[in-house]
Design a protein around this ligand. Sequence first.
Ligand SMILES: NC(=O)c1ccc[n+]([C@@H]2O[C@H](COP(=O)([O-])OP(=O)(O)OC[C@H]3O[C@@H](n4cnc5c(N)ncnc54)[C@H](O)[C@@H]3O)[C@@H](O)[C@H]2O)c1
Length: 261
Amino acid sequence: MMSIPHSTSNRAATARVAVVTGGGSGIGSAISQRLGADGYTVAVLDLNGEGAEQTVKEIVAAGGQAKAYQLDVSDRAQVDQAIAAVRADAGPVGFLVTSAAVAIQEPFAEISVESWNRILAINLTGTFHCAQAVLPDMVEAGTGRVVFISSSSAQRGGPRMAHYAASKGGVIALTKTLALEYSPLGITVNNIAPSSIDTPSVRKKQEAGIVPSSEQMGKFIPAGRMGTGDDIAGACAYLCSADASFVTGQTLSVNGGSYLG
Ligand SMILES: NC(=O)c1ccc[n+]([C@@H]2O[C@H](COP(=O)([O-])OP(=O)(O)OC[C@H]3O[C@@H](n4cnc5c(N)ncnc54)[C@H](O)[C@@H]3O)[C@@H](O)[C@H]2O)c1
């Protein structure tokens, strides 16, 4: 693991320490790399420790600062332990991006209680755990940014993904509620709703014939192509920037025009 220099200034450290969950793959990796390139110290959190280490390698190779932390976001003790480690390594957390999630296709009638609970535990309760773990740092600093990754399936429905769509709908409701509670404390809370982003998880589903090819998907997207992790990372960089200090409680749809809510 790479080491992160410890900062002596709480406010300076809070301004630049970013935690990204799901940073070991796809959108979370692209966001981690973008924030690393923008000068943030990035804590890359993922269930897949090797994926997180790979993202860290890429950030460091590009001249940035980052460290990997392996955890399951659905386990509160593991989240608290990882955030404590980030604080010890780099200082208080000023930015949180939650990209960790799982998506599976199952007809509604076949969704078991176990499957429903698992998707909700990772996608929604995991988001709750991470936000509750880092918000005290931001409250203490009087500033902070939270960006959740939701999904267009929460906006338009997601056939054969009732658990996933419901979990992401919960993330949007959580965004609005936390924005109301934390805006008076200098903290913005927003979410990005992606659609049809070319990532390893989508490619696996394409290979298995569960979702159409990128070429076919592109035909149904007004922009004429699938999105990339960098498309989401750019939106996230904006929401973390000073330019977005008056933007809170919002859902930023990054979907090439495929859903106009
Ligand atoms: N790719 C798309 O088209 C798309 C569309 C809408 C929303 N999203 C959302 O974007 C985010 C990233 O999606 P992606 O396509 O990059 O997926 P991905 O599968 O490539 O990456 C998700 C990462 O989350 C990690 N993860 C899963 N469960 C975890 C857990 N319990 N604890 C910690 N980490 C865990 C995985 O190991 C993986 O590295 C997700 O929230 C997803 O729902 C993606």
